[in-house]
Design a protein around this ligand. Structure first.
Ligand SMILES: NC(=O)c1ccc[n+]([C@@H]2O[C@H](COP(=O)([O-])OP(=O)(O)OC[C@H]3O[C@@H](n4cnc5c(N)ncnc54)[C@H](OP(=O)(O)O)[C@@H]3O)[C@@H](O)[C@H]2O)c1
Length: 330
């Protein structure tokens, strides 16, 4: 047994609600099953998804299905948190995809449990080796926005060279990844953000920037092949003067009705982004080739996860907010 720790620090919750439902606890360190890896977690994130789940503030129509998945009256899983970067500390007998010491990044997704010093995940999870040219904190800033951008822009809208793309909410986690992916795929990108984020959105590669505090984007007099709305304030009705004849609106922050409507409308894309090893491998290549840069707003130690959630609740983070399990790590 040596001197390895038998317990770990983690954030636990026993009810949905305000950030104060998140408490630091000491709990037994998990052991991997035969098909699982034990990861020493270095970093996690506080995403829009994490705060939605904590406060149970889902778009219309998603309340009941989400409660059935995550726990009807209280959270089924005691430790929240999704994204992770860290190092494999041990592996189950049947694991073939990873070795002890591998530096990995990915997401626990609906499995949750990332707000902890250790997590066990099946080797088949959305988990791969992390990009070698970035730190653990930078690596964990990639999956949430990156996987969403791949799902909607690359897989669903199939955007390609020369197309004109508008990204509404360009300074958030999804927006920052979407601007960079769209640029990489050869699109001409217009990012919509507030005055203070103009420089950031330009740095990410936007060809044009619209300041939503000064201009009404429905009246900018341009037309686009694809509009990705990461804010949730654009409908097809709003976009009728913004879309080309065969243009498409990607609406990622809308209720069940819009999701259903998208099944019947050729100019509307909606739904929920998935996570996969393939997506993470694709993102790793983008990061290693310098085509996607992680955007980090603030870093909080695990003990201050409540404070991190309070910050993200305000709705104005730039890129990503990181939770660090390792003191003084960058
Ligand atoms: N369907 C899916 O699968 C899926 C996947 C991922 C995320 N989402 C959803 O997508 C949304 C965005 O996620 P995120 O991670 O990017 O959130 P985020 O990081 O919190 O970013 C939100 C951004 O929106 C900007 N914003 C607020 N009001 C705006 C406006 N009127 N016009 C333009 N920008 C505005 C904010 O910038 P300022 O500070 O400048 O206002 C902020 O940077 C969330 O609601 C999330 O739940 C859906």
């Amino acid at each position: 047994m040596g001197n390895s720790k038998l317990t770990m620090k983690a954030i636990a919750w026993t009810k949905y609600g305000a950030p104060d439902v998140l408490k630091i606890i000491e709990i037994e360190k998990p052991k991997p099953k035969s098909d699982e890896v034990l990861i020493k977690v270095h970093s996690s994130t506080v995403t829009a998804g994490d705060v939605r789940l904590r406060s149970f503030n889902f778009p219309a129509g998603f309340w009941l299905p989400s409660r059935l998945v995550f726990g009807l009256f209280k959270p089924r899983k005691i430790i929240p948190g999704m994204d992770i970067s860290g190092e494999i500390e041990s592996i189950g007998h049947d694991v073939t995809l990873f070795n002890v010491g591998d530096k990995v990044y990915g997401t626990a997704g609906m499995h949750l449990g990332a707000y902890a010093e250790y997590i066990c995940l099946p080797e088949k999870s959305a988990l791969v080796k992390k990009p070698i040219n970035v730190t653990y904190q930078e690596a964990v800033a990639i999956p949430f926005g990156g996987l969403t951008a791949i799902h909607f822009l690359k897989n669903e809208a199939n955007i390609n060279k020369g197309q004109k793309i508008l990204i509404n909410g360009a300074s958030g986690a999804v927006g920052a990844a979407s601007v960079q992916l769209a640029k990489y795929l050869g699109a001409e990108v217009t990012g919509v953000c507030s005055t203070e984020n103009i420089e950031l959105v330009k740095l990410l590669g936007s060809n044009h920037v619209v300041d939503y505090k000064k201009e009404d984007i429905t009246k900018i007099g341009e037309v686009y092949d694809v509009i990705l709305d990461a804010v949730g304030n654009l409908s097809l009705h709003h976009c009728r003067q913004l879309l080309k004849e065969h243009g498409k609106l990607i609406s990622i922050n809308t209720g069940l009705l819009t999701n259903l409507a998208a099944l019947f409308r050729r100019n509307l894309i909606s739904g929920v982004a998935g996570e996969s090893k393939e997506g993470l491998e694709y993102l790793r290549e983008l990061v290693e080739s310098g085509n996607m840069k992680p955007v980090i707003d603030k870093v909080f130690p695990l003990e201050e996860t409540t404070r991190a959630h309070k910050y993200v609740d305000k709705g104005h983070k730039k890129g990503n907010v990181i939770i660090s399990m390792i003191n003084n790590e960058t």
